[in-house]
Design a protein around this ligand. Structure first.
Ligand code: ADP
Length: 400
């Protein structure tokens, strides 16, 4: 069965074509700068294999419809494609960022589902409208396929009420749905399933702390295989220090910025979403360059790393308390979590009293799924590369 996974952003389309249930990747690609004069389309057939064929084109792609049509052409192109016709695609799995309280699991897309995704747009204004465009364009092109929505919030539906409610008047939850939803659920779910397999534990007995460190970053406390707490909230702004987002901040800062310093609300929104985090602290949201500067003795970069990792450490302690038992593992994933030995090491430094001890040599080694704790460490530390696309393909496949 051919499953196309699509992740549409406001100016991008990421896609992967899978052969399920094998999980083999047939094609993968990315359309960037949709709507600009110099759009870039990078397409690979049989990626990361001996037979890999890479194709890049830079033509203006005026909107998502044009972009997705071009992707459909490439998928059936004699040189770069693998299909005889776009009709061979059986399922299209869409990443949808916000499912609110309506969607606790993967769902086949109907008009009603699309209306609901639209209704939830104020909660994810950058993401849900773009996801919806991806769905509507895919419906027109892949007419034979069933369209499936996989929600980033769904895995966190298991949060207990004490974890998902804010201490604000009840009516704001009851009438307006203001609560913690959490994000990166597809990644946390994938990591949880992989950890159960790698640690050889039944999923419903697995207790872990998952740490997803990409441009956006979040952690989750997993008890008996289910998410019981997570750092992102109503929106993807709280919790850890991120590339350009502040993470946790005293809400009073917002009033101070507005009332005393004269910032408007749109300016504060932009400040906290786009100018904060690593960018605010070190002037750069790329962890590679911040780490290099810190290693060369740059004080600003060193402080940024200290703040970034102190926040992670605090949440490890908090989530061990939330789980209420010694976790089986702490797991790092995503761009920073998979690649930065320094960040992993600083995040767990000084946690041996909690039974968490990193092995310096194992931590430095590169590779795929790997254990990086010492033999004595009561809680294992793992690096598990995430694979959100494969998880979306599986979810879509299993639903149907
Ligand atoms: P997203 O999918 O959220 O856009 P990724 O999971 O791809 O993000 O992670 C992007 C982040 O990973 C960037 O901050 C980048 O600097 C960081 N990163 C990638 N490789 C390395 C590395 N070798 N060392 C440190 N950070 C890295």
């Amino acid at each position: 069965m051919k499953v196309l996974v699509i992740n549409t952003g406001s100016s991008s389309i990421k896609y992967q074509l899978f052969d399920m249930p094998k999980g083999a990747v047939l094609c993968t690609g990315l359309v960037e700068k949709v709507g600009e004069d110099e759009s870039i389309l990078t397409h690979k057939k049989y990626p990361d294999s001996d037979e890999e064929v890479k194709h890049i084109e830079t033509n203006p792609i005026k909107d998502h419809t044009v972009g997705m049509n071009r992707v459909a052409e490439l998928l059936i192109d004699p040189a770069w494609g693998v299909l005889g016709s776009a009709k061979e695609i059986d399922l299209v799995g869409h990443r949808v960022v916000h499912g609110g309280e309506s969607f606790s699991s993967t769902t086949e897309i109907t008009q009603e589902v699309k209306d609901k995704i639209k209704e939830l747009s104020p909660l994810a204004p950058l993401h849900n409208p773009a996801n919806l465009i991806g769905i509507e364009v895919a419906e027109q092109i892949f007419t034979n396929a069933r369209q499936i929505a996989v929600f980033d919030t769904a895995f966190h539906h298991s949060l207990p009420e004490e974890a998902y409610r804010y201490a604000i008047p009840n009516s704001l939850y009851e009438e307006n749905g203001i609560r913690v939803y959490g994000f990166h659920g597809t990644s946390h779910r994938y990591i949880t399933k992989r950890a159960a397999s790698l640690l050889d534990k039944p999923l419903n007995k697995l207790n872990i702390v998952t740490i997803h460190l990409g441009n956006g970053a979040s952690m989750a406390a997993i008890k008996n295989g289910k998410s019981i707490d997570t750092t992102l909230g109503l929106t993807p702004l709280p919790g850890l220090v991120m590339g350009t987002r502040s993470g946790d901040i005293d809400p009073g800062v917002i009033f101070y910025l507005n009332e005393t310093l004269g910032y408007s609300l749109p300016e504060i929104k932009s400040l906290l979403n786009k100018e904060s985090g690593l960018k605010g602290l070190a002037g750069d949201n790329d962890m590679r360059s911040v780490t290099e500067r810190a290693e060369a003795g740059d004080k600003e970069a060193m402080l940024a790393l200290a703040i970034y990792t102190y926040r992670i450490k605090k949440y490890i302690g908090a989530y061990m308390a939330a789980i209420g038992a010694k976790p089986d593992a702490v797991v790092f994933t995503a761009g920073v979590g998979e690649n930065s030995a320094v960040i992993r090491s600083m995040s767990v430094d000084g946690l041996s009293h909690l039974g968490i001890e990193i092995d310096a040599e194992l931590n430095k080694a590169r590779g795929g799924e790997r254990k990086i704790s010492t033999l004595e460490s009561a809680v294992a530390i793992w690096v598990i590369p995430t694979n959100e696309e494969l998880e979306i393909a599986r979810q879509a496949f299993e639903l149907t």
